[in-house]
Design a protein around this ligand. Structure first.
Ligand SMILES: *Cc1c(COP(=O)(O)O)cnc(C)c1O
Length: 446
């Protein structure tokens, strides 16, 4: 594991009330210029970011426990990634892989084919966003199987485009009044150990029985699931849940798609969350952490599935942009150099006990997650009733104190931790200490 060096001081340093005057000024301009439907949860305007800090235009240095939603795992300005981007941009920024291809795309495909779970023959295609990867995985599954139905699960999040909205479970804010939604999508119960109390096998059997009776395997192209559900609440399924579903898919000619857009690339302490479950998906969707912050997404899957599609059936103007591919190659090198899977496991080992120590406050129903993807579920004391109001208040107070914390969950009651995996131990400890103080203060004030 190489030592991590930082360009910016890795310190929380708050010099104005948050947001500060410069940020407030830009916010006012934003009101008049930017669509109201695009919102920001930590509205200080970024000037610089490195390692575990984001410095805003007022000179405040905030601790980043969100990584721009699990994207900047190697940091927001990793020198290797920045250099690869600059070098590639100086040569050519675009030709369109569908017209004049370039080697970086092929090399990155080779890397993903080698590092994703399973040693079968694989193929890869690149896109621009996680949603687009999911759309394309479903396109491939439908064409390759000649079937149309797709199963998604409770608490799922797969994106905001038309088909992926249909796959996503949560209405507000993702779906409300944005319909009609894409057809032939069916929702099944997931495994949510804290709330359903089921073993993985029992939860899987319940879903499978509903699939068989309500859809029928002969009509089912694909089952798509996040191996740890992200936006839905960092829900780690009970052991055996995913393996049972995968086995059933294999036995029934159904394509199993693991949506690893959030869980991929060292985030959970292995390269992919599927690795923990010992499952080998037919297709994996990837984005977020893949390219150190540059927009890039990928699907990697069985060669027979991806090669079933006619030439021209997959693609897009920008898919696998050369600058983004160069960034991804540098990101993967950096992750391996710094052994970020090990770093993610170390984050889990250090943070999880500190979160568990907070359960005596009575407002924490569950502590869970893997690697650098950890969460606390906030409930009303003595119950398992979600407390989204307290959850929001905790995140808002953390922001005021200079710690960027994200929330999530079907019930809006999850505080989720997604620190850059390169964050220093000191800064991470400080961020968790701030969170712990706030939880204790707010629980005591109830
Ligand atoms: C973020 C996310 C998506 C959508 O990715 P975008 O790049 O925002 O389109 C899809 N699936 C999962 C699991 C995600 O976390």
């Amino acid at each position: 594991m190489t030592d991590i060096t930082y360009r910016l001081a890795q310190k929380r340093n708050i010099v104005t009330a948050l947001p500060g005057p410069r940020s407030a000024e830009v916010s006012a301009r934003r009101q008049a210029a930017v669509a109201g439907g695009v919102s920001s949860s930590a509205p200080v305007y970024a000037a610089d970011a490195d390692g575990g800090v984001i410095v805003d235009i007022d000179g405040n240095s905030l601790i980043d426990l969100g990584s721009g939603i699990a994207v900047t795992s190697v940091g927001a300005s990793h020198p290797g990634v920045a250099a690869a981007v600059a070098q590639q941009a100086a040569r050519f920024t675009h030709t369109c892989f569908m017209i004049t291809p370039y080697e970086g795309y092929v090399e990155l495909a080779e890397r993903l084919n080698a590092m994703t779970p399973g040693d079968h023959e694989k193929r890869t295609a690149f896109f621009n966003s996680g949603s687009e990867a999911v759309e394309n995985a479903v396109k491939v599954a439908r064409l390759a199987t000649g079937r149309q139905a797709v199963v998604a699960f409770d608490h799922a999040y797969h994106g905001r485009t038309n088909m992926t909205m249909a796959l996503t479970a949560k209405a507000m804010p993702y779906k409300t009044q944005f319909g009609p939604f894409a057809p032939e999508i069916y929702r099944m119960p997931a495994s949510y150990p804290y709330r359903d109390g089921l073993t993985g096998e029992a939860a899987a059997k319940a879903a499978i029985s509903r699939i068989e009776t309500q859809i029928g395997a002969a009509s089912l192209a694909a089952v798509i699931i996040e191996p740890i559900q992200g936006e839905g609440g960092f829900i780690v399924p009970a052991p055996g849940f995913l393996a049972t579903i995968v086995d059933w898919c294999k036995a029934n000619g159904v394509v199993f798609i693991a949506d690893e857009v959030q869980t991929g690339f060292a985030r959970t302490g292995s390269w992919f969350a599927s690795d923990h479950e010992g499952i080998v998906p037919d297709i994996i969707t990837m984005a977020k952490g893949i390219a150190g912050g540059m927009p890039l997404a990928a699907i990697t899957g069985r060669a027979d599935l991806l090669d079933a599609v006619h030439p021209g059936g997959l693609g897009g103007t920008y898919g696998g942009n050369p600058v983004a591919c160069a960034a991804a190659l540098a990101t993967l090198d950096a992750m391996a150099d710094m052994d970020l899977p090990a770093r993610a496991r170390a984050i889990e080992a250090s943070v999880l006990p500190k979160l568990q120590a907070l359960t005596d406050t009575g407002v924490i129903g569950d502590v869970r997650g893997r690697g650098g993807m950890l969460a606390i579920e906030i409930v009303k004391p003595g119950t398992s009733d979600p407390d989204p109001v307290l959850t929001k208040a905790i995140a808002a107070e953390a922001f005021k104190r200079g710690v960027i914390l994200l929330t999530c969950g079907s019930y809006g009651n999850i505080i989720r931790l997604l620190p850059p995996l390169v964050i220093s131990d000191e800064l991470l400890d400080e961020g968790i200490a701030v969170l712990s103080d706030i939880v204790r203060e707010m629980a005591a004030a109830r």
